[in-house]
Design a protein around this ligand. Structure first.
Ligand code: EPU
Length: 342
């Protein structure tokens, strides 16, 4: 394993921020973890395990060891009449994996098309879109315990998945490196989920009456491309905040004052409201301050028009939080991981 010093991470985070890593190495194979254990720099400095860098905001240089996971490979580990268990290495691109599975006619993750990032980080925040969450098809993952070097298997219950949550954002945070993830997908009788947002309308526009998984993927790709900025063209990390969940009493209060407020009941008895709506109503949609801005088509996405620093994006996010709190009395929690903020 080659360890480099003072490496720019600009190409390794989708905000395109030019933060530097004091030490930087890439993990090409699981075997290289033995090598990694022998490097002493990561024991003396903070360690940052980097996947696709699609959910990360660097507010300053990272004065530690960045280990970028670059392992590849997809394999079928088990098959039954109806299901296939597919295991993929953590460094696979998520979209590459989705398209590979859809091409094999394996169903269950087609609604999660075009989510940026790597497969290995997808369980950390239980990625979700268009009525589907990663947990719905997740079977298990293998993770390397940093302290001991032991490999552990985590099954679904061990991961404690929630809305953009998992054990890897709680007790297990910074303790494991996810090596591979195994999904259970359908081989036939696919569950076609078109109920969320504009998916049904888009399929109608495409002239498709009884869609298959490939049609659903194509429709969602079309919707996402029109609403969400492509990180290759405009730096961003998808949704910057989570959609807040408030209690019924607070919701009643808000809906008296703001009649049009959209909402969904959660299983736990709360009410989820779209952060994008709150941000738009507070007047931030399309706002720009230097090169940091709020996307014109989706108010939940903060963008880097080119030369914004992480600090500037963080400062803009703070202003949005303050204004939403003042206007609606609702706290917006960042969904993006902020590196460098102590
Ligand atoms: N809305 C606005 N203004 C906007 C955009 C949306 O008022 O600029 C309102 C509309 O009422 C709309 C509602 O917000 O109906 C929901 O919007 P949308 O369907 O675009 O979804 P979202 O709640 O803003 C979530 C995920 C996205 C995911 C979409 C689609 C979170 C934090 N975000 O966004 O995930 O793609 O649903 O399923 O849950 C991500 O995590 O990075 C991400 C992009």
């Amino acid at each position: 394993m080659q360890v480099h010093t003072n490496v720019s991470l600009k190409d390794f985070n989708t905000f395109g921020l030019d933060a530097k890593a004091l030490y930087y190495a890439e993990l090409q194979s699981t075997e290289q973890l033995h090598d990694f254990r022998k490097q002493k720099e990561w024991r003396d400095f903070p360690l940052l395990v980097l996947g696709g860098g699609s959910n990360l905001l660097f507010t300053e240089d990272f004065r530690g060891f960045v280990l970028r996971i670059a392992t590849k490979g997809i394999e079928v580990v088990k098959e039954t009449a109806d299901s296939v268990y597919v295991k993929a290495m953590a460094g696979e691109g998520w979209e590459n994996f989705v398209e590979y599975c859809v091409a094999q006619n394996w169903g269950g993750i087609e609604n999660l098309t075009l989510i940026p990032g790597n497969l290995g980080t997808s369980p950390m925040q239980n990625i979700g879109a268009y009525g589907v969450e990663l947990k719905d098809t997740f079977h298990s993952l293998e993770a390397w315990e940093i302290e001991t070097g032991a490999i552990h298997t985590f099954y679904k219950a061990d991961c404690r998945f929630g809305y953009r949550e998992s054990v890897f954002k709680m007790e297990a945070k910074n303790k494991y490196i996810i090596l591979s993830v195994c999904f259970r997908l359908t081989k036939n009788n696919h569950q076609i989920l078109t109920g969320y947002g504009a998916v049904k309308e888009q399929l109608q526009l495409m002239g498709i009456e009884s869609p298959g998984i490939k049609d659903v993927m194509t429709a969602i790709q079309h919707i996402r491309r029109t609403k969400l900025p492509d990180p290759k063209k405009l730096g961003n990390a998808g949704s910057f905040f989570k959609n807040p969940v408030i209690d019924e009493k607070k919701y009643q209060e808000l809906s008296r004052e703001f009649v049009a407020i959209p909402s969904w009941k959660t299983e736990a008895g709360g009410v989820k409201i779209p952060a994008a709506w709150l941000i738009e109503r507070a007047g931030w949609k399309g706002y720009r301050e230097g090169d940091a801005g709020v996307h014109q088509q989706q108010a939940l996405v903060l963008v880097n028009y080119g030369k914004a620093t992480g600090e500037e994006i963080l400062s803009l996010s703070g202003k949005i939080q303050a204004s939403v709190a003042e206007l609606f009395g609702v706290h917006l929690e960042p969904e993006v991981n902020i590196a460098g903020k102590s």
